[in-house]
Design a protein around this ligand. Structure first.
Ligand SMILES: [Zn+2]
Length: 457
């Protein structure tokens, strides 16, 4: 068999790996390359394989950097099957539809080209087979696959592929494991990442291969402290939202604090259409979640419908938030403050000393979020100069990715060591550091593959 790397090797986006046996060509993920813009220019280059020859695509999880080029693959002639877990299929419809809207907006504003449209997304989704965790499915003679819970976002999977002896270089059966993205430990609403039972080859993400996160309890203390401070001085706390997973974890954490009487009672506005739709998918698939308290028997039954939470899907509903002059929490997109409804709220509340902004994720260079994070005194929003007087707090450990220690433990969770570990989906310097770190701990060959590099296994 041959394994080649067509994305996810020059950074943290565009995941795309091709596995070829004598009988089938299988893609694992086909994600968008993302730069400062949602859709980087690399996406417009031709695929360096023939899409018409691909027999199947396996999708690890719904994030755009793992799914974003599947509609394009179909436009270029791919006619095979697509497999994903049922929650991944459901979340993907909203993520891809939202991405098309953003692409169309960029096309209108800046003349960018659009890769595909809503009809292409619909065509793709009609072809996705939902397969649950631990259900083996055959892709071709001598090639079987299975999804396992990766604990990264709802429905996220790492994927194992079992290859028969007649397809391998050494004439022995082999198992490959593709990590997708691996979640944190102790996520209060998700099951833990399942251990690798055994693997000969592991293709492993390295997003945070150079650092260890602070603990969950430290993270929750930061959230509680700033929320309480802002509420007690009568202010409004704005939390720029990353719609999938972090928003749901945040809502759950806030509900837990309210239930425990740790915070004064104020409304929480969820003011992001994508986050509202994603939260509905979390409700629909809550049997895939695992809570750290007996949520189904608690007084509010379900943290997704608790009375303080107000979802403002329409623009008119969103506008009513500002009629409430009292203390409140507003969770609104986009996470890096580059667009979306959060801008309206920042324009209104950034200049007030009693207010607060809680930054819960990575802020890329040249974004409004990065400027606010770095402490600028004034920002320009919709043409107005706004003084920044609100309290700014940063909490970067609200990440859906496992840290270096978590990845090491996961890589060592199989009963035998892997022969080769391929490090992908990380900045070059992070991958190099992670390789050196792992080399001290794990007695496997550790490889950082190049773009388009092919391995005969
Ligand atoms: Zn992801």
């Amino acid at each position: 068999m041959k394994l080649s790397f067509h994305g996810g090797v020059r950074g943290v986006t565009g995941s795309c790996y091709l596995l070829q046996t004598s009988k089938a060509k299988i893609l694992i993920d086909c994600g968008m390359f993302q730069g400062e813009r949602l859709c980087g220019k690399q996406n417009f280059e031709e695929f360096n394989f023939d899409p018409t020859e691909i027999d199947a695509v396996l999708i690890s999880h719904a994030h755009y950097d793992h799914t974003g080029r599947v509609p394009l693959l179909i436009k270029k002639g791919f006619s095979g099957k697509i497999f994903a877990t049922p929650p991944t299929k459901s979340l993907s419809q909203y993520i891809l539809a939202d991405a098309v809207s953003v692409m169309e907006m960029n096309a209108e504003k800046c003349g960018d080209e659009v890769l595909y449209d809503q009809a292409d997304v619909k065509t793709m989704l009609e072809r996705v087979f939902g397969v649950n965790y631990h259900t083996e499915f055959e892709l071709a003679p001598g090639l079987k696959a299975m999804f396992h819970d990766a604990g990264h976002i709802l429905g996220s999977a790492y994927i194992s592929l079992d290859i028969s002896a007649d397809e391998t270089a050494d004439g022995k059966p082999a198992r490959l494991v593709f990590s997708g993205d691996i979640g944190n430990d102790d996520v209060p609403i998700l099951p833990s990442t399942e251990p690798i039972h055994n693997a000969d080859y592991v293709i492993c993400e390295s997003t945070y291969g150079d650092r260890d996160h602070v603990s969950t309890s430290e993270r929750l203390d930061t959230l509680k402290d700033i929320t309480r401070r802002v509420i007690e001085r009568g202010g409004t706390l704005i939390i720029p939202a990353f719609s999938i997973e972090r928003t749901q974890e945040l809502i759950y954490a806030l509900d837990t604090m309210f239930e425990a009487g740790d915070l004064p009672d104020v409304p929480i506005y969820l003011d992001s259409p994508l986050a509202i739709r994603a939260t509905q998918v979390y409700r629909d698939f809550k049997h895939y979640l695992k809570f750290d308290r007996p949520i189904f028997s608690s007084s509010d039954h379900d943290f997704f419908t608790f009375p303080r939470l107000k979802e403002t899907l329409s623009v008119d509903d969103s506008k009513t938030i500002n009629n409430n002059n009292g203390s409140k929490i507003i969770i609104a997109g986009s996470g890096m403050m580059t667009g979306g409804r959060v801008l309206h709220h920042l324009k209104l509340y950034l200049s007030g000393e009693k207010n607060g902004v809680l930054i819960i994720g990575y802020q890329a260079e040249n974004t409004l979020g990065r400027k606010i994070e770095e402490g600028v005194k004034n920002v320009s929003i919709y043409g107005d100069e706004i003084p920044v007087r609100a309290e700014i707090q940063k909490m970067d450990s609200f990440s859906a990715h496992g840290d270096r220690e978590k990845l090491r433990k996961w890589l060592q969770s199989g009963k035998d060591k892997a022969r080769k570990i391929f490090l992908v989906h990380g900045d070059q310097v992070v991958k190099t550091g992670f390789r050196d770190f792992l080399a001290e701990e794990i007695n496997s060959e550790i490889i950082i593959p190049e773009f388009e590099q092919v391995f005969e296994l």
